[in-house]
Structures are given as structure tokens and as C-alpha cells.
Ligand binder design. Structure first.
Ligand SMILES: *[C@@H]1O[C@H](CO)[C@@H](O)[C@H](O)[C@H]1NC(C)=O
Ligand SMILES: *[C@@H]1O[C@H](CO)[C@@H](O)[C@H](O)[C@H]1NC(C)=O
Length: 366
């Protein structure tokens, strides 16, 4: 076993001790080496539309054991895949109040192990070229590698039989790409902050964040010199597009203060994450804040009012229409969480949302 891994494990043990004291969770930080190749887009466009891009990277994550033993869930791993402008911490809520905002803690109490990842180009994972390498196809290929390792027993020292992929926003788009190209990888998807409709809200979102290269804004926190790594510079724009209704403004402010960067290449390849995954036949739950400002903006009948999105009601809702992307699944469920915006995990309704997600898993036999 390589020394860096041992070192990471040692650091992980110390961190997990701190986490354990704080949240009564048994967690450790891990580093997963991956080599992947992907048919990424070629920017700026040469005559070829796509280009095979390869690399060797490290992906960092936090693995947590369940805090309650449920035999049937012991070997079902929840992979947690964050959105913009986050990293793996999105799922633990440790900077806020974990008894309200921690998906990880909720899942642990339900008997599920979790692995929250800093996806490629985020957090402490590798930061390769932000345009040519940091694209959705590459992130989906890396996810494929990691899921293979989890099934083979190369993560957290034991093998997992079932994988539940939990995504938020861009993490959900990558889940959709994964379902298109590797339909057998995942046993159940929980996609939050996600619909097939992004044209209006996505554009609004990018503008509202007022992104600038992070090296120009905070070179101490973000030393990567690549100008394609962006950071939001508008607190009101970020709050207005991520939060709505029943939330704590102190949480939104703290969220902004600790926001991360995101790469231009992922933004440019967003449309790839909203295509039909014809080969995927397991189950899907799509869950959105009913006022999701990014994926549920409607025009011209329901124009933006102070960034309020409207996912709609019932079978006609944008959330329900996500079924179009998964036409061959054995079970499709959807939920719009009341008084909630895009960041489902960070509203006061979070516990309700976590209960919906885990209730759905339970109904699917997990
Ligand atoms: C297009 O792709 C092919 C195969 O990958 C490669 O041989 C060729 O050099 C590329 N052309 C350009 C203009 O990049
Ligand atoms: C966290 O939230 C719980 C549930 O609302 C509350 O009882 C507790 O006092 C909160 N803790 C802190 C430190 O605010």
C-alpha cells in the first residue's frame, strides 16, 4: 500500500475523530487515485467536435459508516455528488447545524454508509485544465471508475453490493451522463435540484453569480492559476438563486462566505447532462424545492419574480417531466418540497426532504 494513502488515512483518522466528537459519526477522509479517458468537447473548436482526453487524478472524499446497524443496508453505498459552488461538505452541513442540514447524518441514522466526494476540479481533488479536462464526460468517467472500485472492495476496505447515486444540481447532471454511458453502474438515483429544463434558469443563474476567475479574487484560498476556475462575486445573486422561502439567512450568508470555485468546462457541457438515458432500468427519485430558481424557471407565463422558480404541480410539473430522461426505469418517483429553493439540503425543510428521499429508497427495497 502506497505511503501517501497511509498518510491520508492517518490524517483521515484525526479528522474523523474531530468529526466523531462533533456529530457522533464514524467518518474518515480518503483519497482515491483514478485514471480516466473521456470524449470531451474540443475548445476552442478545431475541426473535430470531440477529443479524447486522458489523465491520472486523485479524488478526495469523506466516507462515513452508518451509525445504526441495518443488515439489509450495510452493503448499500450512497455516493454523494455535489453541485456548483460546493464540494463534499454540501452533504454534511458541518458548518451549520448537523441535526437539521446533514444528509450524511440522516443517512447514517437510517443505516447507510456514505461517500461524499469532491468531484474532479473541486475541493481538494485534482484541478486539471478547467476548460479541456473539467467537463461532464470526464467527471462521469471518473465516477464510473470510483463505483467499480467500490464494488471491487477498493474503497473503505470493503466491497459494496449496491450503489445509490445522490446528486445535487451539476452532480445530478453528471449522474444523468453516467446513466447514459454506464447504465448498469447504479442501482438507484436520487437527483435533487434537477429537471430537463434549464435554458432560462441556468442562464439566469450564471449571470446572477457574477463569476470571475478565482485567482483574481482570492489567490490565497484558490491558488490554481487557471483562469477557467470561477467564483461567484455577488452575495445577493447567489442567495437569490439558491435559497427561497423557508431558510435561515445566516446559513445563506455562511454558505456564501465559504463558497468554492467551479470550472468553465463543466458549465459549457451542461446540455450533455439532460439527455435520455435509454439503457438505465433501475429506479429514480427526482426531488426539487418547489421554487427551484435554476431548473424550474418558466416563461413566458410565469416570469421571474425575485428569482422565484415554479416547478408546478403533479404529473405536469417540471420535476415529474424528468421522467422523459429515464423512460425505461422500473420505478420513477418525484417530489416538490414546499417553501424551498434550489439548495434542497440547506433549507429549514431539509429533514422533511431527507425523509422523502429515504422513504423512497425504502419503497424501492433498499
Ligand atoms: C481530429 O481527430 C483525429 C482522431 O482523433 C486526429 O487524428 C486529428 O488530428 C484531429 N484533427 C484536428 C484538426 O484536431
Ligand atoms: C440545532 O437544531 C436543533 C433542532 O432544531 C436544535 O434543537 C438545536 O438547538 C440546534 N443547535 C444549535 C447549536 O443551534
Amino acid at each position: 500500500m502506497a505511503t501517501p494513502w497511509v498518510r491520508t488515512l492517518a490524517i483521515g483518522c484525526i479528522l474523523s475523530y474531530i468529526l466523531a466528537v462533533e456529530a457522533a459519526l464514524n467518518c474518515r477522509d480518503i483519497t482515491i487515485p483514478v485514471s480516466a479517458s473521456a470524449l470531451n468537447f474540443d475548445f476552442p473548436a478545431t475541426l473535430n467536435l470531440t477529443k479524447l482526453v486522458s489523465g491520472t487524478f486523485h479524488i478526495d472524499g469523506t466516507y462515513c459508516e452508518p451509525s445504526k446497524a441495518v443488515a439489509s443496508r450495510r452493503n448499500t453505498l450512497q455516493i454523494l455528488s455535489h453541485g456548483i459552488t460546493y464540494d463534499r461538505k454540501y452533504w454534511s452541513g458541518t458548518q451549520f447545524n448537523t441535526s437539521i442540514y446533514s444528509w450524511v447524518q440522516y443517512a447514517a441514522n437510517e443505516g447507510y454508509p456514505t461517500l461524499a466526494l469532491d468531484r474532479l476540479c473541486y475541493g481538494t481533488s485534482s484541478h486539471p485544465n478547467g476548460v479541456l479536462v473539467c467537463q461532464e464526460p470526464m467527471n462521469a468517467e471518473i465516477m464510473h471508475q470510483i463505483l467499480q472500485k467500490a464494488r471491487r472492495g477498493q474503497i473503505a476496505g470493503r466491497s459494496f453490493e449496491k450503489i445509490v447515486y445522490v446528486g445535487h444540481s451539476l452532480g445530478s447532471l453528471i449522474g444523468n451522463v453516467l446513466a447514459q454511458i454506464y447504465p448498469a453502474d447504479v442501482d438507484s438515483y436520487i437527483l435533487t435540484g434537477f429537471t430537463p429544463f434549464l435554458a432560462i434558469g441556468g442562464f439566469e443563474f450564471i449571470l446572477a453569480l457574477a463569476p470571475l476567475p478565482s485567482i483574481l479574487i482570492d489567490p490565497v484560498r484558490f491558488p490554481t492559476p487557471d483562469l477557467a476556475y470561477l467564483i461567484a462575486t455577488s452575495p445577493s445573486g447567489a442567495q437569490g438563486t439558491l435559497y427561497y422561502g423557508d431558510y435561515d439567512p445566516a446559513v445563506a450568508a455562511q454558505d456564501y462566505a465559504t463558497r468554492g470555485t467551479y470550472p468553465l468546462g463543466e458549465i459549457a457541457t451542461v446540455p450533455l447532462g439532460q439527455l435520455p438515458a435509454l439503457g438505465y432500468t433501475n429506479s429514480v427519485l427526482v426531488m426539487n424545492g418547489e421554487h427551484d430558481q435554476v431548473f424550474c424557471t418558466r416563461v413566458p407565463t410565469d416570469p421571474l419574480v425575485g428569482y422565484r422558480g415554479n416547478c408546478g404541480e403533479g404529473e405536469g410539473s417540471y420535476t415529474a417531466q424528468t421522467r422523459l430522461l429515464f423512460p425505461n426505469v422500473k420505478a420513477f418517483e418525484f417530489e416538490n418540497v414546499e417553501e424551498t429553493g434550489h439548495d434542497v439540503d440547506y433549507h429549514r425543510t431539509a429533514q422533511e426532504a431527507f425523509a422523502v428521499a429515504h422513504g423512497s429508497l425504502s419503497r424501492q427495497g433498499f
